[in-house]
Design a protein around this ligand. Structure first.
Ligand code: GUN
Length: 292
């Protein structure tokens, strides 16, 4: 067996094209959806990510604004700026790129974002709605993974899904989305005993750890669908995921590549969430719709 590659780039392009159609409808009704991205500090990886996000917005016909602030920005100034974006009618989605520089309280900043503009789905209102299984803005990376599974026709209901990583951005919301879709979910983390013994039970295995190629063939159930959320930069400058793709491919049935797998989906779902926020404000689309 050699695992089929799941083409996240192609699916992301489809979702962006759908978003562009939705944007045309909004523009015809007098609304141009807009995403405000806030980057604090000089983290090189974050700079690359936010560039990708604003570029995707422009491609789909949205407005986007990249606001950069110095690493020593005081907490109150950052929160005051977020509040200014909350009250700006041209802004439908707000994203504060994480991680924030030391000394800034990311949770307090996220909670300052109006939940109706929380395109990342990170604030308590949206996290709470996800936990109780209601419509919400879902965090873009795990939401993108669900879209990939759906598009691939992977049966989630009744499957055993194993998530490695318990971050607030990926692992926890990933587990919750899979659970809401009817999977039996196990979440593994740095304190988990016998990690390979557990990961080998996963019909769906999601790796979201941030450790290059840590998922090896012996950790994968034959025929499993393997989703690699990791984006790690190697000393030679090349990117690799959390999964040893070459080693795991002969064992898995499907696998996401890095790059070109989950990464583009994160951006596509951010655009989709921003368009949804604009549709809600404009009263276009089904109530509470997330359409994508
Ligand atoms: N840092 C890494 N991933 C993300 C993301 O999805 N959103 C934000 N705001 N910051 C991130």
């Amino acid at each position: 067996m050699t695992a089929t590659r799941i083409d996240g780039k192609a699916l992301a392009a489809e979702i962006l094209a759908e978003s562009a159609v939705r944007v045309s409808r909004l523009r015809a009704a007098g609304t141009i959806p807009g995403l405000a991205v806030v980057l604090v500090g000089e983290d090189p990886a974050s700079k690359v990510y936010v560039k990708g996000k604003t570029a995707a917005c422009e491609k789909a016909g949205l407005n986007s604004w990249l606001h950069t602030m110095p690493a020593d920005t005081p907490q109150e100034r950052l929160i005051a700026f977020v509040k200014q974006l909350n009250s700006d009618p041209a802004v439908h989605g707000i994203l504060v790129q994480l991680p924030l520089p030391k000394g800034l309280d990311a949770r307090a900043v996220i909670e300052a974002i109006d939940p109706a503009k929380d395109a990342d789905g990170f604030n308590y209102v949206n996290v709470g709605a996800l936990v109780v299984g209601e419509e919400a803005f879902y965090p873009c990376t795990p939401w993108g993974v669900m879209k990939m599974l759906e598009h691939e026709g992977v049966k989630v209901e009744g499957a055993h899904a194993v998530v490695i990583g318990r971050s607030t951005i990926v692992g926890k919301p990933m587990a919750m989305l899979l659970l809401n879709a009817g999977a039996t979910v196990t979440v593994c983390h740095s304190k988990t005993q016998d990690l390979p013994g557990i990961t080998r039970q996963g019909d769906i295995l999601v790796a979201a750890v941030g450790r290059p190629r840590m998922v090896t063939a012996d950790m994968v159930k034959p025929g499993a669908v393997v989703i690699d959320v990791g984006i790690n930069r190697l000393p030679d400058g090349k990117l690799c995921g959390d999964v040893d793709t070459e080693g795991v491919s002969p064992v898995a049935s499907r696998i996401t590549p890095v790059p070109g797998g989950v990464g583009p989906m994160t951006i596509a779902m951010l655009v989709a969430n921003t368009v949804t926020a604009a549709e809600r404000r404009a009263g276009i689309g089904a109530p509470g719709s997330r359409i994508t």
